[in-house]
Design a protein. Structure first.
Length: 201
């Protein structure tokens, strides 16, 4: 039968943080270079459960997130928020996030902490918001975004994270807004823009 173990840093007088939530009182101990038994302890743990405040605070430390394996978090109402996998503290593999109401917010793949492959994102309510592909964290290939009403917002092509070729923008109700060419992220040649009534600027 599995054991549940509380692992916590606590002062002799029973406190784990200051009144403003800070744990800076631990800095003197963290700077000794000793792991104080943490590595040996964590090697024998199958599942690590953290509260949201602890999780956010650990992410803010100037050290890699110290866990590997499947990770998930929940909204306050108990619905899933994020599911993914950590490898030495970095997201690695498929990850998915949901809104509080259970609808998809985004999903895609990580490769050692960097977005990699196709990522899809949705507005709350289910309408598609964006599709964009990545290679080692940089945008690569067609990138398309939509307004919440379903109309297309932008479409352009990326190479190493920079816009390359034709880029097109639309107003929220479908009228074209602007169109032009880019090379390595820099505007090239003539760029045309239109007013929302369809007249050229």
């Amino acid at each position: 039968m599995s054991k549940i173990i509380l692992y916590i840093a606590q002062s002799i007088d029973g406190y784990i943080s200051t009144t403003d939530g800070s744990v800076s009182w631990l800095d003197d101990f963290n700077n000794t270079g000793e792991d104080l038994g943490f590595n040996k302890f964590i090697d024998n743990i199958d599942v690590n459960i953290q509260g949201s405040k602890t999780y956010v605070q650990v992410l803010g430390f100037d050290v890699p997130y110290p866990y590997s394996g499947k990770s998930f978090s929940l909204h306050e109402n108990g619905n899933k928020k994020v599911v993914g996998t950590l490898n030495d503290g970095k997201w690695d593999g498929y990850q998915e996030e949901w809104y509080r109401n259970g609808e998809n917010r985004w999903k895609g793949n990580f490769k050692l902490g960097e977005r990699d492959g196709l990522w899809s994102e949705w507005y709350e309510g289910g309408k598609k918001k964006r599709e964009k592909s990545f290679v080692n964290g940089l945008g690569e290939g067609i990138s398309i975004s939509w307004y919440e009403n379903g109309n297309k917002k932008t479409e352009h092509y990326l190479v190493n994270g920079l816009t390359e070729g034709t880029s097109t923008l639309w107003y929220e109700f479908g009228q074209i807004h602007g169109k032009g060419t880019f090379k390595r992220g820099e505007r090239q040649g003539l760029h045309t823009e239109w007013f929302e009534n369809g007249q050229k600027e």
